[in-house]
Ligand binder design. Structure first.
Ligand SMILES: Cc1cc2nc3c(=O)[nH]c(=O)nc-3n(C[C@H](O)[C@H](O)[C@H](O)COP(=O)(O)OP(=O)(O)OC[C@H]3O[C@@H](n4cnc5c(N)ncnc54)[C@H](O)[C@@H]3O)c2cc1C
Length: 338
């Protein structure tokens, strides 16, 4: 059996898709649950703060992390097929996109709209990943992981995870208190297409709609709009879509003709990209960082940028949107460091 290896003063630039310069005082890649418990005990004895990462596609790293960074690399999956659903248990370090491809190959349905989202399966519940009308919450059955409070591996039901729009208990009460080791999904054995997004419907015109066609169409739309982090370092959407009251929406729509709207459980969701676009942020550049020219929600590190420069740009955008529309934009990625 291989032993746990903990590195010191490790460069984290290759571990975040924004390619921000950052370091870890201690770092370990975790590929067994025994190593996970060993590393957690070690950090606790030394009273070190813990940072858990997967693929680093939704984090903003600042400076040197003063404690232990654990990169979750647990691998493996199991499937049990029932009549209507198959139960799929996936280790947290499995690549999300590869999981989507695998599920379609196994004739399991539901994840096709979530293709090409970067990162790991274990991070998917953290912000309840979503795209093109589908959210993880529709397929999540349970999450297993190490509870730092209970000092053991426990299971949380999907309900316990309190999934909401880009939100979960792991961003609140369990922030930095729970390391996800496995995700249990209930995937459909029968295909039920979700084609509520106009761009997707348009791409699918002509011929029968299959899960494979949806996957290909979503992939094509994403590739045409979203920059590849390997070429233009980014973390996907930088801001969540704000949810406003019906009265606020009516007032905004009267002043801004064509403002799109989507129903949300707690109000009306307005596309942040539309607001940024209207405010003229698309393609703007400040020093080493900027707003993507094709998609205003994506902030880019053009090379040499750091977290401070990026967050300054984000703050300028937030202040401008607040001033123009009276709408508060919240950051989507998680910020770590002082
Ligand atoms: C080009 C691009 C497109 C994107 N498109 C979408 C999209 O369409 N929809 C969407 O929802 N997101 C999108 N994202 C954001 C991102 O891909 C997702 O949030 C993804 O789930 C992050 O996975 P990760 O493994 O990279 O997590 P990381 O960035 O490593 O971590 C994200 C958060 O999860 C925590 N975390 C990670 N693993 C664990 C674990 N095992 N246990 C406990 N906590 C953990 C971290 O501490 C951190 O708070 C996009 C990002 C990029 C770069």
């Amino acid at each position: 059996m291989n032993t746990l290896s903990i590195g010191e003063n490790i460069d984290l630039q290759p571990f975040n898709t924004l390619a921000l310069p950052a370091r870890a005082r201690y770092f370990a890649a975790i590929d067994t649950t025994d190593h996970l418990t060993e590393a957690l005990n070690w950090a606790q004895t030394k009273k070190l703060p813990l940072l858990v990462i997967g693929g680093g596609s939704n984090i903003i790293l600042r400076g040197t992390w003063p404690g232990l960074v654990l990169q979750i690399a647990l691998q493996g999956k199991k499937m049990q097929r029932g009549n209507e659903h198959a139960s799929v248990t996936v280790a947290a370090g499995e690549n999300w996109h590869a999981l989507v491809q695998w599920s379609l190959h196994e004739q399991l349905f539901g994840l096709e709209n979530l293709t090409l989202i970067p990162g790991t399966a274990g991070a998917a519940p953290i912000q309840n990943i979503g795209a093109y009308g589908v959210e993880l919450s529709q397929f999540l059955h349970a999450v297993r992981g190490y509870s730092l409070d209970e000092k053991s591996i426990i299971e949380l039901s999907a309900e316990d995870c309190r999934l909401g729009y880009r939100d979960s208990i792991f961003k609140h009460a369990l922030r930095d208190r729970f390391v996800i080791t496995e995700v249990v999904l209930a995937l459909r054995t029968q295909f039920a297409p979700v084609v509520s997004y106009p761009a997707l419907r348009e791409k699918l015109q002509g011929g029968a709609v299959t899960a494979q066609r949806i996957e290909q169409a979503v992939r094509a739309i994403r590739q045409s709009k979203l920059p590849n982090p390997a070429q233009l370092p980014n973390a996907g959407s930088f801001f969540k879509n704000p949810v406003v009251t019906a009265a606020h929406y009516a007032e905004l729509a009267a002043r801004h003709i064509g403002l799109p709207q989507f129903q949300a459980p707690n109000g009306i969701k307005v596309p942040a990209a539309w607001l940024l676009d209207r405010a003229g942020w698309k393609g703007q550049r400040r020093g080493h960082v900027g707003v993507h020219a094709e998609q205003a929600l994506v902030l880019i590190n053009y090379g040499g940028g750091d977290a401070d420069e990026l967050l300054e740009l984000a703050q300028a955008i937030q202040a401008d949107v607040q001033h123009r529309f009276g709408v508060t934009l919240e950051l989507e990625p998680n910020v770590y460091g002082n």
